[in-house]
Design a protein around this ligand. Structure first.
Ligand SMILES: Nc1nc2c(ncn2[C@@H]2O[C@H](COP(=O)(O)OP(=O)(O)OP(=O)(O)O)[C@@H](O)[C@H]2O)c(=O)[nH]1
Ligand SMILES: [Mg+2]
Length: 409
C-alpha cells in the first residue's frame, strides 16, 4: 500500500512533578528539604529519512505519544526525562498543523501576557505580573524562583489547588490543510512536532532562610499536542507524465535500475515509482519519478493520475511522454494537448516548469508518419524520439534531460 497523505495526532510527554521530601538521616536532625525535580517530558520529533518512500508507518500508528517525564524523588533525586519519540518520515514530507489541542494552561505558560489573569493579582507583585499564572503559592504572595536559568512559580500542592484546564472555546473547523509548519526535504532534517513539558521543581528549590521547610513543589508542565496532516511530495528532479500505456514505466526501466511493472493495459502503475538515473562518466545521479497515467478528466479525479500529480510538483523538469504509435487508437497530438490541459487544471505552475516532449514507440511503423504530422502541427516543439522498449535514443534522451536539469540548478 502506498500512503502519501495521512492525518495524525501527536502529543508530547508531560513533565514529571517535583517532589516534596525532607532529608532524614541518623544523627542529622532537620536535614532540610530534599525533593528532586521532575524530568522533562519527551518530545515528538519528525526526522526525514531517504530510505523511506511513503507514510505507511503512520497509517498503522497514527497516534504519536511521547513518554512522560518521571517525577522527582526524595534524597534530591531528579526524575528521568521522558524519551523523545523520533518518527522517521520520507524526504519530501510536508507537515500541516490542523488543530492545536495543547491544554489551555500550557498555552498560557507560553504566552504569559494574558490580561484577564492580571486583574486578580494584588499590587506590588511586579515579578509575577507578567508571568504565567498557574495557582498561587501558599495562598499568599506568589514567589518566583530561578533555578538553572529557568524561572518558576511556587505552587502549594498541599492546598490541592491543582491547575485546572479551562474549558476550551469552540474551535473553528480547521481549513482543509491547516497551516504549513514544516517541510522536511533533506535526509536527517528534524522537526519538533510537539515539545515535551518542563519538569516541576522539587521542594528543595524553594527553601529560604525564613521558610526552611517548604511543603510544596511544582507539578510538571503539559507537553504540546495537536492534530497534523502529513503530505508526501516526492523529491525527484524529473517527472514522467503521460497517458496510460505510453511507456513511462518502460522508460524508467531503461534508464534506471528501478523495475516497475510493465504491461500492455492501462493503469499498470498504481502509485509513483522512483528510479535513479546514473551517469557513468562523472557519477552524476538524477532522480526520476514515474506517476500513474493521466487521462482526460484527470482534474475531476478521473483515473489515478490526478491523485499523484502532487509528487511531480517539486520536479525541476517534466518529461511528457507520448505514444507516437497511437497504440490505443488516440492521436499523439491530441494526447499532448490533453496532457497540457490536465496539468494546467491541476496547477498552472506546471506549465511554467521546463518540459521535454518525448516521442516513444518509434520502432512502430506508423510512428514516423505520426511524428511528421506532429511536427507540422507543433512547429516550435523539439521532440526527442526514443524507443524505450528497444533502448533506442536513450543516450540522446539522457543527455538532453541532464542539460535541462542543470540549466535549473
Ligand atoms: N513497441 C513498443 N512498445 C513499447 C515501447 N515502450 C513501451 N511499450 C509497450 O507499451 C506497453 C505499456 O508500457 P508501460 O511502460 O507499462 O506503460 P506506462 O506508461 O507505464 O503505463 P501505465 O503504467 O499504465 O500508466 C507495454 O506493453 C510495453 O511493452 C516501445 O518503445 N515500443
Ligand atoms: Mg507504468
Amino acid at each position: 500500500m502506498f500512503v502519501d497523505e495521512i492525518k495524525i495526532y501527536a502529543r508530547a510527554g508531560h513533565g514529571g512533578k517535583g517532589c516534596v521530601a525532607f532529608h532524614r538521616e541518623a544523627y542529622i536532625t532537620k536535614g532540610g528539604p530534599s525533593g528532586g525535580n521532575g524530568g522533562r517530558g519527551g518530545s515528538v520529533i519528525l526526522q526525514a529519512d531517504h530510505d523511506l518512500n511513503n507514510l505507511i508507518q503512520q497509517y498503522y500508528v497514527p497516534r504519536l505519544i511521547a513518554e512522560v517525564g518521571e517525577g522527582g524523588m526524595g534524597k534530591g533525586m531528579d526524575g528521568h526525562a521522558g524519551k523523545d519519540l523520533i518518527i522517521k518520515v520520507p524526504c519530501g514530507t510536508m507537515v500541516w498543523l490542523l488543530k492545536d489541542t495543547t491544554p489551555e494552561i500550557k498555552k498560557k505558560m507560553v504566552s504569559p501576557d494574558d490580561e484577564d489573569e492580571e486583574e486578580e493579582q494584588p499590587e506590588g507583585e511586579r515579578g509575577a505580573k507578567h508571568k504565567p499564572v498557574i495557582t498561587s503559592s501558599t495562598g499568599g504572595r506568589p514567589l518566583i524562583r530561578s533555578a538553572r536559568g529557568t524561572t518558576a512559580l511556587e505552587i502549594d500542592l498541599t492546598k490541592a489547588k491543582t491547575p485546572v484546564v479551562e474549558s476550551e472555546e469552540p474551535v473553528a473547523p480547521p481549513e482543509p490543510q491547516g497551516v504549513l509548519v514544516a517541510d522536511l526535504t533533506e535526509h536527517g532534517q528534524q522537526y519538533v512536532l510537539c515539545k515535551g513539558g518542563r519538569g516541576g521543581l522539587g521542594n528543595r528549590n524553594f527553601a529560604t532562610p525564613r521558610r526552611q521547610t517548604p511543603r510544596f513543589a511544582q507539578p510538571g508542565e503539559p507537553g504540546t499536542e495537536g492534530e497534523f496532516h502529513l503530505e508526501l511530495r516526492i523529491m525527484a528532479e524529473i517527472g514522467l507524465v503521460g497517458y496510460p500505456n505510453a511507456g513511462k514505466s518502460t522508460l524508467l526501466t531503461a534508464i534506471s535500475k528501478a523495475r516497475p511493472k510493465v504491461a500492455p493495459y492501462p493503469f499498470t502503475t498504481l502509485h509513483p515509482q522512483i528510479g535513479i538515473m546514473e551517469y557513468e562518466k562523472d557519477f552524476k545521479r538524477l532522480t526520476v519519478c514515474d506517476v500513474p497515467g493521466l487521462i482526460e478528466g484527470a482534474h475531476m479525479n478521473v483515473g489515478l493520475g490526478h491523485a499523484f500529480l502532487r509528487h511531480i510538483r517539486r520536479c525541476k523538469v517534466l518529461v511528457l511522454l507520448l505514444d507516437m504509435a497511437g497504440t490505443d487508437g488516440r492521436h499523439p497530438w491530441d494526447d499532448y494537448k490533453q496532457l497540457l490541459k490536465e496539468l494546467e487544471l491541476y496547477d498552472p505552475a506546471f506549465l511554467k516548469k521546463p518540459r521535454l516532449v518525448v516521442a516513444n514507440k518509434m520502432d512502430e511503423a506508423v510512428a514516423e508518419e505520426n511524428l511528421k504530422t506532429f511536427k507540422k502541427k507543433f512547429k516550435k516543439i523539439t521532440l526527442v524520439p526514443i524507443s524505450a522498449a528497444f533502448d533506442q535514443g536513450m543516450e540522446n534522451f539522457r543527455k538532453i534531460v541532464r542539460e535541462a536539469v542543470e540549466a535549473q540548478d
